[in-house]
Design a protein around this ligand. Structure first.
Ligand SMILES: [Zn+2]
Length: 341
């Protein structure tokens, strides 16, 4: 999930959800990456039963084995959240003037109920050129690529000009959990201070699996993020007995309100970034979608173009403010039976 993280964080896409090759044909360095990625994905980091601390320790052990000294590996956690720990690694650069860059990735994942999944969510499965598992994409692919990058640096003795920092953090997916990125910014600022940070948030599209000959259509870099806000709708009602029902009912009122949220479409609004994106990216999309993107960027009042572009859920979200019902709580004293004559 993408939520506002550290203020001013820039985001760029550096990952792919597709496999490079099947297991047997991997080069040794690819096999090592696969092992790291598999270990990270298969280390349960859900809030309920997992441990980001363990995942961090496992990544730290790999970095240490690659030759990164202990002094540059910083595991952190707080006593109140012993399983929500994280890791910062500093890979020193040669420049005395360039400020560091930060690679930031969260390693916690959303809960994964086995019964909801076709495949075991805690086992990395490769099928037809795609990886399947909880967190295989968001955001353990990125975390694994970052970690692997520093391992490659260390093994080859690479000396970057700019110091490269890595932060793997917990608590991004669940509000109220220990937020490692926020904690570092408030308590260990010097560890993560950087001229810029690279984080999750961009995206890409292909016209099929790369391993099977699909081509990359577009690769995007995220330069900003919509503000996020929660609203709570509350309905109360005196209630009554189900044997003598009335129309005035809290559940119906809430139902009507939620449907109004569904049916309200916010107007199309472009800023310089999104206008440029739709204008330029239009050329990458053949047919009516591309034409509609271009037309809408030129004229936000073009309703026909708006209808076509809005069918794409990602593009729809880039066009406008969006709002969706996500959680319902009910506190009725009794259920609502129907009574038959
Ligand atoms: Zn994420």
């Amino acid at each position: 999930m993408n939520k506002p993280l550290a203020a001013g964080a820039l985001a760029a896409l550096l990952l792919t959800g597709t496999a490079v090759a099947q297991g047997s044909s991997l080069r040794p360095d690819q096999a090592e990456f696969r092992g790291l990625y598999k270990e990270l994905v298969e280390t349960n980091t859900t809030l309920s039963a997992g441990s980001c601390t363990l995942a961090s320790e496992r990544m730290a052990a790999r970095l240490k084995a690659a030759g990164i000294p202990d002094a540059n590996i910083h595991l952190f956690s707080v006593p109140e959240h012993p399983k929500d720990g994280g890791l910062v690694v500093v890979y020193p650069g040669t420049s005395k003037t360039l400020k560091p860059m930060l690679m930031l990735a969260h390693i916690d994942v959303v809960e994964a109920n086995r019964a909801d999944w076709e495949r075991d969510p805690l086992t990395l499965i490769e099928e037809n050129g795609y990886f399947y598992a909880r967190g295989a994409y968001d955001d353990k692919a990125q975390a694994a690529i970052y970690t692997d990058t520093l391992i490659r640096f260390a093994k080859t003795g690479y000396k970057p000009k700019r110091t490269v920092k890595l932060a793997l953090t917990c608590g991004e997916e669940t509000s109220g959990a220990f937020n490692g990125a926020e904690w570092l910014a408030k308590n260990k600022r010097e560890l993560i201070d950087a001229e810029f940070a690279i984080n999750e948030g961009g995206g890409g599209r292909t016209d099929g699996t790369i391993a099977q000959g699909g081509k990359l259509l577009v690769q995007t870099v995220q330069v900003g993020e919509k503000a996020y806000q929660d609203f709570t709708l509350t309905v109360t009602n005196p209630g009554g007995h189900s044997s003598a029902p009335v129309r005035d009912n809290a559940i119906y009122a809430m139902g009507e309100a939620v449907l109004k949220v569904r049916d309200y479409a916010f107007p199309v609004e472009f800023n310089d970034t999104t206008r440029t994106y739709f204008t330029k990216a239009a050329a990458l999309y053949p047919g009516e979608l591309g034409a509609a993107m271009k037309a809408l960027a030129a004229n936000p009042q073009d309703k026909a173009a708006e209808a076509i572009v809005s069918r794409d859920r990602t593009m729809n979200s880039m066009l406008r403010t969006t709002c969706v019902a996500t959680l319902v709580h009910a506190a009725a004293t009794r259920s609502t039976p129907c009574r038959r004559r």
